[in-house]
Design a protein around this ligand. Structure first.
Ligand SMILES: [Fe+2]
Ligand SMILES: [Fe+2]
Length: 301
């Protein structure tokens, strides 16, 4: 076994680490728009030489709005996925069902938290930032795939939030403290989710032939491609908002759009694909699955 995760221990850790919404963001708290929200390794806005430092910060904040929105969309499809997975075995292992329901309840709380942050963002930002969607349609498209493929997408996402906080955010003192606390508190609860996702993927993969695993990887890549198209469209919407906010058109808009699309690819896909724990799960499914994902990972770097 490549991990020692189990439902009982994960539930216990989850309950110990739980926080309340108001501990992270009360409805009367405001973001500090004089600061960056996202770490540079994810937003990559300071690398755009055609923007002045003020404009880079505005785009950094738009990139944070994207983060809130994308995670809102993702958590909305995690919720029904969990219910579908839990329902057939409601009378089985008590630790399992309690851990899964607690997981679902935490994701519902995260959706609530991301909305609260979104409201705070809208209160302080001068123009509307449009978002791809509607989220129901994106969720329906993802969920029509093989549950193993969806489970792998969710596993990748939960591990990536670990990498985002520990790798880029924790030690970055330039960021708005409230936005940083969002990332921190999300990370705290997600670390137990990633373990449960691993157990879910194990269960969904059980008894599958090499060919069936291969088919699930096809579908995983299909979902990745679908989400990636969304990130491309979102990069365009982000630059619309930037141009409106700074009151000028970008001369090198096409290049900036491609650069920001690549930043989103890394943030929402690439940083999960290369996570050691995610790779370990793929390896346990089949070395060929791990190899196939390793081949596409550089596209999302
Ligand atoms: Fe979450
Ligand atoms: Fe989660």
């Amino acid at each position: 076994m490549y991990h020692d995760f189990n439902y009982e221990a994960t539930l216990a850790s989850s309950i110990r680490a739980q926080w309340q919404l108001d501990d992270v963001l009360r409805t009367d708290q405001e973001l500090d728009f004089s600061r960056n929200f996202m770490p540079e390794s994810l937003a990559r806005t300071a690398a755009i030489e055609s923007l002045n430092p003020f404009e880079q910060r505005v785009l950094n904040q738009i990139s944070a709005h994207q983060y809130l929105s994308i995670f809102g969309i993702v958590e909305e499809f995690i919720l029904p996925f969990l219910f579908d997975h839990a329902r057939p075995a409601l009378r089985g292992d008590d630790w399992r069902i309690r851990a899964l329901l607690n997981f679902a309840s935490e994701e519902a709380k995260h959706i609530h938290l991301f909305k609260r942050f979104h409201d705070a963002f809208v209160r302080g930002f001068p123009v509307e930032c449009r978002v791809i969607g509607p989220s129901e349609d994106i969720g329906a498209e993802v969920l029509r795939h093989d549950p193993l493929a969806v489970g792998l997408v969710i596993l990748m996402i939960e591990w990536m939030t670990q990498a985002h906080y520990l790798g880029s955010i924790r030690d970055d003192s330039d960021l708005d403290p409230l936005f940083k606390s969002l990332m921190k508190n999300h990370w705290i609860e997600e670390s137990q989710h990633a373990k449960l996702d691993t157990l879910i993927v194990d269960a969904l993969a059980e008894g599958r032939s090499e060919e069936q695993i291969d088919k699930a990887i096809d579908e995983f890549l299909e979902i990745g491609g679908f989400l990636d198209n969304g990130f491309k469209a979102q990069a365009g919407l982000n630059l619309d908002a930037l141009e409106k906010a700074i009151g000028r058109k970008l001369e090198d808009r096409e290049a900036v759009e491609a650069q920001q699309h690549q930043a989103a690819r890394w943030t929402y896909i690439g940083s999960g694909l290369v996570h050691e724990r995610f790779k370990a799960t793929l390896e346990s499914l089949s070395p060929r699955a791990a190899e196939r994902i390793a081949e596409v990972a550089p596209v999302f770097a």
